[in-house]
Design a protein around this ligand. Structure first.
Ligand SMILES: [Zn+2]
Length: 271
């Protein structure tokens, strides 16, 4: 265990409001090295403890009703290096200008590259987006209504959805051929917590946000879901199939894990 991290925790859980077998409370802030996390504990009839770093400075802990505070504290202590890593990751996302805003001059991620948004108003009769290397040109009609931020957001969002459909469908067709499998249908979705899925009927679903990832990572995702048509689990056999098609799959899987929060941020403010 890394001794750089020195936890100063955790006295007692102050019960805030007991509700039908649940108790919510706040612990003392958790201080690990340079980071400080507010610590919320929700107790319910569960068997295990779940620790979630919800933000760079916020920890959510779900714990069984009967588990002593000292036990929770001991568990946090044993996970402190992991907690510090997650917190640092989220702090880096929060500090990054990438995907932070949809406005002229902002940088958004597409196929692994930052692209600067350039708005050209009056250049077109209908909203459209064109990509030129490191720039994304958003063409909007003339007039004050078309210049509203909501129009820019909607136009860009529609463009991402279209790109996701075309890129993910094309890569699925390509890799299905290589792997000798045949998916039924391909859906592009807004998914909260996953990048893709493969149903027992052989339908594939992808999270449209995946199109922000580098092409090799997009391919990994496609290969992953297509390999489920051969092995509908995450067994050694399954990972063997993935590794044959994508020898760098571990790196690509890690990219998705490390950039999930960044990719989830674009348009997350609601529009
Ligand atoms: Zn899977």
């Amino acid at each position: 265990m890394d001794n750089r991290y020195n936890i100063i925790v955790v006295r007692r859980c102050q019960v805030r409001r007991p509700t039908g077998g649940r108790e919510e409370g706040l612990m003392e802030d958790l201080v690990i090295g340079a980071c400080r996390l507010a610590c919320e504990v929700v107790r319910s009839r569960r068997r295990t403890v779940r620790i979630k770093v919800a933000a760079a400075d916020r920890l959510e802990v779900a714990a069984p009703l009967g588990l002593a505070d000292a036990e929770v504290a001991r568990l946090l202590e044993s996970r402190k290096a992991w907690i510090a890593r997650q917190s640092a990751k989220l702090a880096a996302v929060a500090a990054s200008p990438l995907n932070a805003a949809v406005e002229p001059g902002a940088e958004v991620l597409y196929l692994g590259q930052p692209r600067r948004l350039t708005v050209l108003q009056g250049s077109t009769a209908r909203p459209a987006v064109t990509l030129a290397e490191e720039r994304l040109f958003v063409h909007l009609p003339a007039g004050p209504a078309a210049g509203r931020p909501a129009v820019l957001t909607a136009t860009l969002r529609r463009w991402y959805a279209e790109q996701a459909r075309s890129v993910l469908t094309e890569r699925t067709t390509y890799w299905a051929d290589v792997l000798g499998v045949r998916p039924q249908r391909v859906f592009i979705r807004e998914q909260k917590s996953r990048w893709g899925s493969c149903s027992s009927r052989g339908n594939l679903s992808y999270n449209w946000r995946a199109v922000m990832a580098p092409p090799a990572v997009v391919d990994y995702l496609v290969i992953h879901e297509l390999c489920h048509l051969k092995a509908p689990n995450h067994s050694a056999v399954f990972w063997g199939l993935v590794g044959e098609a994508d020898p760098l799959f571990k790196e690509h899987r890690k990219w998705l894990r490390n950039h999930g929060a960044l990719l989830a941020r674009l348009f997350a403010g609601g529009d």
